[in-house]
Design a protein around this ligand. Structure first.
Ligand SMILES: [Zn+2]
Length: 83
């Protein structure tokens, strides 16, 4: 690992809602889309958007074509259950 100090979790209030264009469901509320989120998106879109299936290794841009990402400003209490 190149980084010695573990990075503190960012206390950003900038969150993004990821909404499926197909079923209009809010799939997740995240600060940024990283690998676990991409996996979850692929999972959902594979099940949801069967008329327009994803490739074997879809790129983020391809995923984002299937979802709407909306910024959530100044929300403090989000119903995001801890994992
Ligand atoms: Zn969907």
């Amino acid at each position: 690992m190149p980084e010695k100090s573990s990075r503190l979790p960012e206390k950003s209030s900038r969150l993004f809602e990821v909404v499926c264009k197909d079923c209009q469901r809010v799939l997740m509320t995240v600060e940024r889309i990283r690998d676990p989120e991409i996996v979850a998106l692929v999972d959902h879109l594979r099940a949801c958007c069967q008329s327009d299936p994803l490739g074997e290794h879809p790129m983020l841009g391809e995923l984002l074509g299937h979802v709407r990402v909306m910024q959530v400003m100044g929300v403090k209490n989000l119903a995001t259950p801890p994992k």
